[in-house]
Design a protein around this ligand. Structure first.
Ligand code: AHR
Length: 500
């Protein structure tokens, strides 16, 4: 029997809704086909955006969307993607498959998409191959309401009023595809470029995200922060609002990666063990951030995370298209529980990527669309958005098939929403064992309990032929006890319990 203790009166931190954010890059079939099909497409669309995809994404309440990359961002010149479509430059997408990028999805289309989704906007600027002027003019184009060359250009292109840019990334992976910079060099570039990312509207701050580390590159975090906050640049509002972190789970390492669908129990636990590593990364980068920002004003922005497998056989290797199974559902559930538990520092996270790329929530093929197991986890966890994390702890057992890839059998996080409703999300990492959970909920009278669950055998997935093999099902076996709740969580599952 696993003992879970929840103290709803011990409020820990706000779980920013942005932790449930997404990422869409000009990569493979994410933007083109997956989201944007163009106004003349036979696929039902509104202003070029697929209706089925938009509707599905609204259901999970996408809070924020990052665009246009990724590696693509530091090669993207935004002026190529505005104005009449027939006149837009065609370019090579060098990073991703060498295909032609016709720029038919640009700034205006991105804001149209976010308007349809009702989500915040996170634009990633080009520091690697773009100029300070180019970055500065993009911000002016998007946000300035008045007389200026960029505001005029925007109006000429059909959008009189400015948009709201909520977050702006000053480069992406500048230690790698974004210019192969060393930390000191990048940090000085960050200081310079961010100066010209202006707030044009009083009271509307564009939150600036500095490029953070790849995985466990703690040196990068140290040196970037040291240079950024050196030379009379103490912490001041608006200089740096976030520092990013990228971490992908490759079950068999970066070179081999491993199949998305064909894996055994060893690889199952190895994958989950690697997903759990996110917690150590957050803690250790967090300790370095604390030195410069003890009040935790700078958010840790995990703006790329998820599983990255060998792409589906027969597909373009540059397109990073992969299937999604119950293993991905567990990775999502585990990772989101970690983010919730560290929501004092983690202020945003963006799953890579939204449609048809890496750990997507949706897959499309022509006019067909399927919701992946990961989608269903996001749908159950959406109740944590903007809720308050409360103190909880669970007794766990260590399980696994190999000594070096052991994992706890259960992970959990608990929040209380604005109506006082409590949401417990709990994952069972075991392939074969179910566990009884005895939950004590301190100082709380329980009136009503509801459960919903995503559970299937470990290889289960949704296909275009069988789209609902994995989905959210009602879970009614939650008993109210004198002190709280009792239930048995099935093997290989992600469970959400609502307590009123
Ligand atoms: O998400 C795919 C790629 O992974 C992104 O373009 C890049 O930032 C990262 O290396």
């Amino acid at each position: 029997m696993a003992k879970l203790v929840i103290n709803p009166n011990k409020k820990v931190s706000k779980i920013n809704k942005e932790i449930y954010g997404h990422f869409s890059e000009h990569l493979g079939r994410c933007i083109y086909e997956g989201i944007y099909v163009g106004e003349d497409s036979p696929i039902e669309n509104v202003n070029g955006m697929r209706c089925d995809v938009v509707e599905a994404l609204k259901e999970i309440k996408v809070p924020v969307l990052r665009w246009p990359g990724g590696c693509f961002a530091d090669e993207y010149h935004w002026k190529d993607g505005i104005g009449p479509k027939e006149g837009r430059k065609k370019m090579i997408n060098t990073h991703w498959g060498g295909v032609v990028e016709d720029n038919s999805f640009g700034t205006h289309e991105f804001f149209e998409l976010c308007e349809q989704l009702g989500c915040e906007t996170y634009i990633n600027g080009n520091l690697g191959s773009g100029t300070v002027q180019e970055m500065s003019e993009w911000v002016e184009y998007m946000t300035f309401d008045g007389v200026s060359p960029m505001a005029e250009l925007r109006a000429k292109n059909g959008h009189e009023k400015p948009w709201k840019v909520d977050f702006f990334g000053v480069g992406n992976e500048n230690w790698g595809c974004g210019g192969n910079m060393n930390p000191d060099f990048y940090a000085n570039e960050y200081r310079r470029y961010q100066t010209y990312v202006r707030d044009y509207k009083a009271g509307e701050h564009v939150e600036k995200i500095c490029c953070g580390a790849n995985v466990d590159d703690y040196e990068w975090t140290k040196e970037v922060l040291a240079t950024c906050f050196n030379h009379s640049q103490p912490f001041q509002h608006g200089f740096m609002d976030g520092l990013s972190l990228h971490y992908y789970v490759h079950p068999e390492g970066w070179d081999i990666k491993g199949s998305a669908t064909d894996f055994d129990e060893n690889v199952w636990y190895k994958t989950l063990n690697k997903a759990l590593y996110m917690e150590e990364l957050i803690k250790r980068h967090g300790v370095i951030m604390d030195e410069y920002d003890p009040e935790k004003k700078i958010g840790m922005i995990v703006d790329e995370w998820g599983t990255w497998y060998t792409c589906e056989p027969g597909t373009n290797p540059g397109f990073l298209y992969q299937q999604n199974t119950m293993r991905d559902a567990l990775v999502a559930g585990i990772t989101l529980n970690i983010f919730n538990k560290h929501s004092d520092r983690v202020k945003m996270a963006n799953l890579a990527q939204m449609v048809n790329v890496l750990q997507s929530v949706l897959l499309t093929e022509g006019d067909k669309m399927v919701k992946t197991p990961t989608y269903h986890v996001f749908n159950m966890y959406k109740y944590h958005q903007d809720a308050t994390l409360v103190e909880s702890s669970i007794e766990t057992e260590t399980i696994g098939t190999q000594e070096e890839y052991q994992v706890p059998n259960l992970t959990e996080s608990v929040s209380v929403d604005e109506n006082g409703v409590l949401h417990l999300t709990i994952t069972n990492l075991s392939v074969s064992e179910s566990y009884e959970v005895d939950a004590a909920i301190l100082d709380r009278e329980i009136k009503e309990v509801k459960g919903e669950i995503v559970t299937e055998e470990m290889h289960a997935k949704n296909t275009f032929e069988e789209a609902d093999k994995v989905c959210v099902k009602e879970f009614s076996d939650v008993q109210i006890t004198e002190k709280g709740l009792k239930f048995t969580i099935p093997a290989c599952s992600v469970l959400h319990v609502t307590v009123k």
